[in-house]
Design a protein around this ligand. Structure first.
Ligand code: NAP
Ligand code: ZN
Length: 350
């Protein structure tokens, strides 16, 4: 099936119209007309080859929401017309120990990510959600709760699960003091989820213009992370800190804010290494860890949790023709708080 999309042809030129073939719907597959796709900072890191060299053309996009248009004969959980989501993964072996524990993102054979991953069906690479439709194995398709708005739900498919999973893994509950570092796409959803879990939430931002928004989003306090006095007031006090920052920054300043046995989980993936002063861990028996998205079962659990607590993203809806400008604004931390592409705009290009 010919599919219209936007792609990067290399690391330095703007994304532009591109078309390619999607596979035919197999017996386990669901074909989805893409209605909305969120713009994750990982899209930008990938297309600009900031982590490692991407394979081009690269069609990014892993916060996909759309409508089922066709299902294979072995698919009975979905039917034509259903509103569904696809996140960062489209396949895994489903048989290894990690897959069996519902942690497909750590599949021992390698999870197949929604874009820039080897595609076993075509022999090429996977193409993501900046496109008009996608064909996905039924095991990697999520149900969208009926009460949620589709455009503002799209970012939950990556930013939502990436923040929900570590909050749950570290047992964030009522009465705990939780920090969220960086108020971008991941950070603003992290704030909403931590609040919904009952935590006392403190946002750390480098952008004074975001202070009022942070309070509106549910933060109990906001700290200008460039102000040392404001930082000092929170020394040794946090149970858990979620760091969503996409660029190089000083993590030791945050580790010192953890109380004894507190944990800082890094989900932001700066392209440069971060400097760790081990004494910030040793005094206080603090720990630092990382977290990668979340498995499919937990992604569904997160969507249902968001349905129950009415959590969706604050978005700026853009036509796909504005994607390059959106990337430039992401680099300036100028997004309130997730760009979402209205995929109907793709028809104006072709
Ligand atoms: P985003 O919307 O651009 O937000 C990042 C935020 O970090 C910015 O809004 C800004 O917040 C802060 N920031 C940016 N540059 C900074 C700097 N130099 N110093 C201090 N703070 C800075 O990005 P996102 O989509 O939320 O993604 C964040 C990171 O998570 C990216 O690296 C992305 O690749 C990664 N990610 C990881 C996973 C995973 O599974 N682990 C999944 C998805 C994304 P303030 O303006 O408030 O300071
Ligand atoms: Zn993402």
């Amino acid at each position: 099936m010919k599919t219209n999309a936007y792609a990067a042809q290399n690391a330095t030129t703007p994304l532009a119209p591109f078309s390619f073939e999607r596979r035919k719907v197999g017996k386990h597959d669901v074909q989805i007309e893409i209605l909305y796709c969120g713009v994750c900072h990982s899209d930008l890191h990938t297309v600009r080859s900031e982590w490692s060299r991407a394979t081009y053309p690269c069609v990014p996009g892993h916060e996909i929401v759309g409508r089922v248009v066709k299902v294979g004969k072995d698919v009975n959980r979905f039917k034509e017309g259903d509103k569904v989501g696809v996140g960062c993964m489209v396949d895994s072996c489903l048989a290894c120990a990690n897959c069996k524990e519902n942690l497909e993102q750590f599949c021992e054979k390698g999870a197949i990510f929604t874009y820039n991953s080897p595609d076993k069906y075509t022999g090429g690479i996977t193409y993501g959600g900046y496109s008009e439709s996608i064909v996905v194995d039924k095991e990697f398709v999520l149900k969208i709760p009926k009460n949620l708005d589709l455009a503002t739900t799209a970012p939950l498919l990556c930013a939502g699960i990436t923040t929900y999973s570590p909050l749950r893994y570290h047992n964030v509950t009522k009465g705990q003091k939780v920090g969220v570092v960086g108020l971008g796409g991941l950070g603003h959803i992290g704030v909403k989820l931590a609040k919904a879990l009952g935590a006392y939430v403190v946002v750390f931002t480098t952008s004074p213009s975001k202070v009022e928004d942070a309070l509106r989003l549910g933060a109990d306090e906001v700290v200008n992370s460039k102000n040392e006095d404001e930082m000092q007031k929170h020394l040794n006090s946090f149970h858990f800190i979620l760091d969503t920052v996409s660029a190089k920054h000083d993590i030791n300043a945050y580790l010192l804010l953890l109380r004894r046995d507190g944990n800082l989980t890094q989900v932001g993936i700066p392209s440069e290494p971060l400097l760790l002063s081990v004494s910030s861990l040793i005094f206080g028996r603090r720990s630092m860890s990382g977290s990668l998205i979340g498995g499919i079962k937990e992604t569904q659990e997160m969507l249902d949790f968001c349905g129950k607590h009415n959590v969706t993203a604050d978005i700026e809806l853009i036509p796909i023709q504005n994607i390059n400008e959106a990337y430039n604004r992401l680099l300036k931390s100028d997004v309130k708080y997730r760009f979402v592409i209205d995929m109907a705009s793709l028809k104006q290009t072709v």
